[in-house]
Design a protein around this ligand. Sequence first.
Ligand code: MN
Ligand code: MN
Length: 482
Amino acid sequence: MPEEKEKKSKYSALAEKLTYKNESIWLSLSHAEEKQFENLASEYIDFIGKCKTERETVLYFTEKARLLGFSDITTFKGKVSPGDSFYWNFRDKNLALVKIGDDFTFTKGLNIVAGHADSPRLDLKQNPLYEDTEIAFLKTHYYGGIKKYQWLNIPLSLHGVVVLENGKKINLNIGENESDPVFVISDLLPHLSHKIQGDKKIGEAVSGENLVVIVGSRPVKDNSIKEKVKLAVLEHLYNNYGIKEEDFISSEIQIVPALKPREVGFDRAIIGAYGHDDRVCSYLAANSLLSGESVKKTSVALIMDKEEIGSVGSTGTDSLFLHHLYTMIGSLFENNGQVSLGAIRQAFLNSSCISSDVAAAINPPYKQVHDIQNAAKLGYGVAITKYTGSGGKSNANDADAEMVGRIRNLLNSHKIPWQYAMLGKVDEGGGGTIAKFVAYYGINTIDAGVPVVGMHSPYELISKADLWATSRFYNTFFAEFN
Ligand code: MN
Ligand code: MN
């Protein structure tokens, strides 16, 4: 029946033309592309295993920028030309990498890709050390949105800085080398836990005050001392680092999983690691800017801090950090080093920013929390998110349709695999990124980043394919977005 046949092919052509489709990156990969992203994946695995805190991340990229000849923007004096590059390390917690664009006009605005390097973790309390039943512990205060039970009975490491009484700063990193000891928060055995934990909701079964880390059990051999194990720990800290108990008060010490990043699955398509959120996007943003490519518009890769607790404080995005940065960049373009407020305002209003943060990918056993046709999937490319927030879009940035349109056009014209993503079903929960704080300045801002399964857990999962797609997107954004 030829008529029937014709009808069918007409509609299949129509469906082809009209329907929004996205497919797994893996189905259309060339051999060369697979090789490309295996290289990227192994470089990333090296990085994410080394940098487990915001300070370590910022120092890693500051060092890299210096080696590549980037100048310190706070001390630079001289004439600036297109292609010149600068960095601003702010208190070892924020990093801005800046490359001067070929158009060489500050008021045309900046192209920014901005991630954050802080991840959910356990901070030590300021007076943390105590002994109970001949075991020494450090008390913690969780930072960011964690599920407390996930932090029990896994090897933990200790990272951070301690400022001694004489002002000297001691860097600590214990638990990452094979020869280092690790630390553990021990859970209650199942045989005895049904009354204390068994009948409780999962979020209440482990209290924040019980997140205490075992750090010693070998006493000093002196019966005249009351807390022999605690003193032995203090002796160890003093002998090895010069740290006394009061020094903890002027410290920032983070307890993080002592887990190495690994390839996951028979096919090694997934990377498991602590802190993909959001060091993966920070890594890709910084590396895109550090690559030797020239940029049309002056471009900035930003690594921000304190995102996980609401972008607060002087190193969070809800601060004047961006204003200070724009003033510094604007000053580079002026012979007398003085940039006008009017020029800064124009630059803000003509800028665009990718808020490069991770998206929640579907975890199949729990897919009911997502609206599937608006949810990110592993292996489907960089996740574009118009709005985050919760409830009736509360606290969202909600990028303009025009901005989404321009980004979509850039992605499609470069055949970069992408997908649309929102954070769960309506009223299922929610969350935010730095997007709304960047948008506050009048900067056209949209969220786009790598999808993650098991976000905020001690061992998050991402797809190598998405890592590669997101890297391509940030590179293309810097090179071409106008
Ligand atoms: Mn994040
Ligand atoms: Mn997060």
